[in-house]
Design a protein around this ligand. Structure first.
Ligand code: HEM
Length: 313
């Protein structure tokens, strides 16, 4: 503030000095010191008065117009933001997102703690196990991961039965002949025999495959894992070869699940150039209008037609 005042004063002093010189240069004869001093005083007073009046007005005018401009920009930005939000589609509700978070957290723990049991001699296995405090901790963590996965599965099954959107999605996820036709259409498209890609509704055949692969994987892993966990109880009732089969199935399905997640799922949700480095849908549950039109055109048309009907009512 002090700085600004000093700068303004220096500017005005300079300005007044120039003005004085200009005025005095118009007179040929030299003025006596007293008259010159009085004229200087008058110039100074006038300049200061006029400057204050006019700059005050100028500043007010500037303030008003700039404030108006900023206000209109803010409303424009708000409108654009609102429009962009309106153009987003809620794909997954909170229940679904919580289930997904529980599943991926548990599966990461289960893979990290399970694979060292399958490949105990690998340096990565011994390294990881020693970091987490030895084989005992690894086994304990594996069981904690298993409990989270079982809870997620139970949550999902109850949600799919009791929640309206859960029931709707479960029905829409059932494979239909249309999925097979879509697959053929896409093969034709990718081979260049057709110009049109398959048009999907809420779930494409890829998403349906992904969903049922995880569903089946969880059933197998939980079933066989429980047998391994309660070995003695199981062997009291069933023959040993059934236990061995369960162990083999658990171990092989674990490897299959790991590869499917690393190769298939990671490509779809992280490495795919359209999405890289990550799709945030798992967190927000939302997808953009463009994604909706590109990946779920039939659902987009259905939703917009429904919204238009609601607006008309
Ligand atoms: C994505 C899920 C899972 C993965 C990737 C996974 C992975 C594995 C692997 C690789 C092994 C070692 C098998 C071997 O020695 O060849 C294992 C062992 C085991 N798993 Fe899992 N598992 C999963 C889920 C579960 C679940 C849900 C349970 C329990 C209900 C479970 C309980 C066990 C038990 C008790 C063992 C034996 C561990 C021990 O020797 O202490 N697992 N798991």
């Amino acid at each position: 503030m002090e700085d600004r005042k000093a700068r303004r004063k220096a500017f005005l002093d300079e300005f007044i000095k120039d003005l004085e010189e200009e005025i005095f240069s118009q007179f040929d004869q030299k003025l006596d010191e007293e008259s010159a001093q009085s004229i200087r005083q008058t110039i100074r007073e006038r300049v200061l008065r006029d400057f204050q009046d006019e700059t005050g007005e100028l500043i007010n005018r500037l303030k008003k117009s700039v404030t108006k401009e900023i206000a209109s920009k803010v409303t424009r930005d708000e409108k654009l933001k609102k429009k962009a939000e309106e153009e987003e589609f809620q794909r997954f509700n909170l229940h679904f997102r919580i289930q997904h978070i529980m599943i991926f957290t548990s599966v990461i723990i289960l893979i990290l703690t399970g694979l060292p049991l399958k490949f105990p001699d690998l340096p990565t296995s011994t390294g990881f196990v020693s970091i987490i405090g030895g084989i005992k901790s690894s086994r304990l963590l594996h069981r904690i991961g298993a409990v989270i996965l079982i809870a997620a599965m139970a949550y999902h099954v109850i949600y799919s039965i009791l929640h309206r959107e859960g029931r709707r999605d479960l029905i829409l996820l059932i494979p239909r002949p249309r999925d097979f036709l879509n697959l053929i259409q896409n093969i034709k498209y990718f081979l260049g025999f057709s110009h049109e890609k398959a048009r999907f509704g809420r779930f494409s055949y890829i998403e349906k495959f992904d969903y049922w692969a995880v569903y089946w994987g969880c059933v197998v892993m939980i079933g066989t894992g429980a047998i391994l966990w309660f070995e003695n109880l199981f062997l009291n009732i069933f023959p040993k070869y059934m236990f061995d089969i369960s162990k083999e199935a658990h171990s092989d399905e674990a490897l299959l699940a790991t590869l499917a997640i690393v190769i298939w799922h990671f490509y779809n949700v992280h490495l795919n150039p359209d999405i890289f480095p990550m799709s945030w849908t798992w967190w927000t549950g939302k997808i953009s209008k463009e994604e909706m039109i590109e990946h779920h055109p039939l659902e987009y048309e259905e939703t917009t037609a429904e919204n238009a009907k609601d607006d008309a009512m």
